[in-house]
Design a protein. Structure first.
Length: 332
């Protein structure tokens, strides 16, 4: 009998070099810091790890009404003016504890340019000051506002595309579920979760065992995030994999091959496909969690980002065309 070969996972050379730098850097790790210091560390990493933001025709700060007060937000657009069309709503990652408008600006400017669509980034409330469900409450409220905020945004919003990375990907999925069940003024026509956490129950995911140490996102940091966020792991808004996936929007799901969350992303893609949802699944083989913020530290990430956005653009165009045809049919 031929015995299976136990192959080590492929690690890209630039990923290996970046991990060596991170793992040998002096000082405390993220999970050993207080939240305020952890946020400062994440912001300090941006010039070292990420590329400079793209130059756009429009970058405008604004506020969005939230359930507990105004939320900071930022609008990115490669064009100063445009005809009514889809709006991308982006929720940043950071374990529900760190990250914000600054940490994700390079990726968001890149996405606005490559998609040729306006992107509105929401700076939702963070834990531990604002534990679960503050973040999903904020994101749902922001999405409902954006769906009808034509005058404030100075753009006609015909539909929404929900996107996010890591914790933000979880929030994008949860928000898409909420707007599916109780529609907003404009429909959600697509979603793009990037390495999402979709199951916060204690489960023995193989990728957690395999990549939970030495691959940027660690078991210790994941536990620390959960301790700060304090979600209900059995609630759908905590673990959206447990929810009903029928009639979810067309989805582009992006994972990383060396990510502890990899298998959760794969499981979510499978659940969507089982429910009949159109899915494009892409995995950045040999790359790590967080790579959309590492365009400088991991140069090959630029190709992963560009490839995913290139696949998302026609998905959005098709979904928007289907929305227009369905609307026209209803008026006949």
């Amino acid at each position: 009998m031929i015995q299976p070969v136990d192959r080590a996972p492929y690690v890209r050379p630039d990923v290996a070099a970046f991990l060596a730098y991170l793992n040998n850097a002096p000082g405390p790790k993220l999970h050993e810091l207080e939240p305020a210091a952890a946020r400062q560390l994440i912001d300090a990493m941006r010039p070292l790890a990420d590329a400079e933001p793209d130059t756009l025709a429009l970058i405008r700060d604004l506020t969005v009404p939230g359930p507990a007060g105004a939320l900071p937000a930022r609008l990115y657009d490669a064009r100063e003016r445009r005809e009514p069309g889809p709006l991308v709503l982006f929720f940043h990652g950071g374990g529900f504890v760190v990250g914000g408008l600054y940490s994700h600006e390079p990726f968001c400017t890149r996405a606005a340019a490559l998609l040729d669509l306006p992107i509105l980034v929401i700076d939702y409330r963070l834990a531990p000051e604002h534990p679960w469900p503050a973040a999903p409450d904020d994101c749902e409220a922001a999405a409902r506002w954006a769906a009808s905020a034509t005058a404030v945004l100075e753009r006609g919003v015909t539909s929404l595309v929900l996107a996010g990375d890591s914790a933000g990907a979880t929030l994008a999925i949860v928000t898409a579920m909420a707007l599916r069940d109780r529609p907003a003024a404009a429909p959600v026509i697509a979603q793009m979760p990037i390495y999402p956490a979709v199951d916060l129950r204690e489960r023995a995911w193989a990728s957690v065992t395999q990549f939970g140490a030495g691959h940027m996102l660690t078991i210790e940091s994941m536990n620390w995030f959960t301790e700060q966020y304090r979600p209900d792991p059995l609630a759908v808004r905590g673990s959206p994999l447990l929810g009903d996936h029928h009639l979810m929007p067309p989805t582009l799901l992006l994972t990383a091959g060396l990510d502890p969350l990899r298998d959760q992303g794969r499981a979510y893609a499978a659940a969507l496909i089982e429910a009949g949802v159109p899915v494009i699944f892409r995995e950045a083989v040999g790359n790590i969690h967080g790579f959309i913020n590492f365009a400088k530290g991991i140069p090959s990430s630029v190709g992963d980002i560009a490839g995913a956005l290139a696949a998302l653009r026609p998905m959005i165009a098709e979904a928007e065309a289907n929305r227009v045809m369905a609307e026209a049919a209803r008026t006949l």
